[in-house]
Design a protein around this ligand. Structure first.
Ligand code: NDP
Length: 290
């Protein structure tokens, strides 16, 4: 029986994910590096803003920080409660998951890598996809808490498998984002109306999440709302190419995409959404995709 849960990291995703927990559990601790966000969360959703030491006494501890390095630094030196489960929803590095699984096991704590997909709207609606690596028994125990914000929740393998699936997923999205930028740039150069072209493609075999949602909601209307930061996508594509390299495989399309996203990130303005990666193509071609 889960008596208490905690959520560490109330960023764009964590703030919304943690909001679902009080509907299912009486004791929900929230902790954030900038404490005022946790206090605001408590006021808004009836959670309890806690110190890190207090929060980690929960039965299930969720974390959602930018990188695995941030999670590893946070875990360092913490005295955890034996029998608890740490569910890390960061989009992280598989090797780090295995290190954390081992480190936490010394304290009798199970570590699960449990990255999520579905963007901030999925976090808000509690409809995230959650891909989980680690102990199957730990997965079963933590499942009722994960269900608070997840819709499709899958145990995908041993420690690190969840992070691997997430990195490949985001790489696939990035490949498509680059391809869509190149395709629409070409159409515009040939005098085609992009709104009509988008409608046709969204009723044809070339459609994708990028054409169906990212293009109309972020790019074509020039809003580029910051919900998933471009540096985070660059991190994810980096994790994916590291996995390719570790397996001694050749994946030229993924390597090229990583280079493109990295370059777009380097030349982007601060606080750019991932969709703003297409601005790199626009600066090369002097064509605006609108
Ligand atoms: P944000 O940048 O919005 O939030 C990051 C959170 O982590 C903040 O609460 C921040 O605290 C905290 N934080 C940052 N650095 C540290 C640190 N060194 N120690 C402790 N806390 C820290 O990120 P997101 O919520 O967008 O992303 C979180 C994770 O989820 C990432 O791995 C991302 O790739 C992934 N993700 C994001 C999606 C999205 O649409 N945004 C979708 C799916 C996955 P503070 O408030 O003090 O800055």
């Amino acid at each position: 029986m889960i008596q208490s849960v905690a959520f560490l990291g109330l960023g764009a995703m964590g703030y919304r994910m943690a909001a679902h927990l009080p509907k299912h559990f009486d004791t929900v601790y929230v902790w954030n590096r900038t404490a005022t966000k946790a206090e605001q969360h408590a006021t808004e959703y009836g959670t309890q803003a806690a110190s890190l030491e207090q929060a980690i006494q929960a039965d299930i501890i969720f974390s959602c920080l930018p990188t695995s390095a941030d999670v590893e630094a946070l875990v360092q030196g913490l005295e955890l409660k034996a029998g608890s489960i740490w569910v890390d929803c960061t989009s992280g590095v598989p090797d780090a998951a295995r290190r954390l699984e081992e480190t936490l096991a010394d304290q009798g704590v199970i570590f699960l890598d449990a990255p999520v997909s579905g963007q901030t709207i999925g976090a808000e609606n509690g409809t995230l996809t959650v891909m989980i690596g680690g102990s199957a028994a730990g997965f079963e125990q933590a499942l009722p808490a994960i269900q608070a914000f997840g819709k499709l929740i899958k145990h995908v393998g041993e420690s690190g498998a969840g992070f691997a699936v997430k990195a490949v997923n985001n790489m696939l999205m990035a490949v498509n984002l680059c391809a869509v930028a190149e395709g629409f740039m070409t159409l515009k150069a040939h005098g085609v109306s992009l709104n009509e072209a988008l409608e046709c493609i969204n009723a044809s075999s070339g459609k994708s999440n990028v054409t169906e949602t990212v293009m109309p909601q972020r790019i074509m209307n020039r809003s580029f709302p910051l919900t998933f930061a471009l540096p985070l996508l660059a991190k994810d594509t980096g994790i994916a190419v590291d996995l390719v390299r570790d397996a001694k495989l050749s994946a030229p399309l993924l390597s090229l995409t990583q280079n493109l996203i990295q370059a777009a990130n380097l030349q982007a303005e601060e606080n750019s959404d991932f969709s703003a990666a297409i601005k790199m193509y626009e600066s090369w071609s002097k064509i605006t995709i609108e």
